[in-house]
Ligand binder design. Structure first.
Ligand SMILES: Nc1ncnc2c1ncn2[C@@H]1O[C@H](COP(=O)(O)OP(=O)(O)OP(=O)(O)O)[C@@H](O)[C@H]1O
Ligand SMILES: [Mg+2]
Length: 155
């Protein structure tokens, strides 16, 4: 069973604060999926998470819209930031090196429905919904070991 948590994020700083808490709890082989409409803030949250873990608030974190994946050598693990919007399905995700990435890296995945059967049973799912110009609602669902680990990122 998944454990869930809903948070109201009043502005982008609140999104960044949540991103930092999630980042601090990450371990190699974790998968975090990011779901939500265009402009919901999947990339903004990823950017805040990567900058927090790299310790560089200016770190260049482009959206992987066109490159499909961007990689970061963070202290502790490599992180792979995916945007699978342009892919048609799991075959193309495997071609990007999904298995290799899962060996020791952390994966942040925008548009995870493209993963199909590659979606691992243990994962953190994050859904962002637009509730106002600057506000978002975040729904977190922890599957597998993430059910317990979700407590660690409660504000
Ligand atoms: N509370 C908030 N959290 C996240 N982003 C916010 C918030 N308030 C405003 N924004 C703005 O909303 C936009 C979110 O865009 P972003 O590219 O992160 O969306 P996305 O979900 O990755 O979309 P796409 O599906 O196109 O990849 C940014 O311009 C960001 O500054
Ligand atoms: Mg995006």
């Amino acid at each position: 069973m998944a454990r869930t948590l809903t948070l109201d994020l009043r502005d982008e700083a609140a999104t960044a604060a949540l991103a930092a808490r999630i980042g601090d709890g990450l371990r190699p082989r974790d998968v975090v999926t990011l779901t939500g409409d265009l402009g919901a803030g999947k990339t903004a949250l990823s950017r805040a998470l990567i900058r927090h873990l790299s310790g560089d608030p200016e770190e260049e974190v482009p959206s992987p819209t066109f490159t499909l994946v961007q990689t970061y050598d963070l202290p502790g693990f490599p992180l792979w930031h995916f945007d699978l919007y342009r892919l048609s399905g799991p075959d193309e995700v495997e071609e990007l090196g999904w298995d290799e990435i899962r060996a020791d890296g952390v994966a942040l995945v925008e548009w995870p429905d493209r993963l199909g059967p590659l979606l691992p049973p243990a994962r953190l799912e994050l859904r962002l919904a637009i509730t106002g110009p600057e506000s978002r609602r975040a729904e977190l669902a922890g599957f597998g070991d993430w059910a317990e680990r979700l407590d660690g990122i409660t504000p």
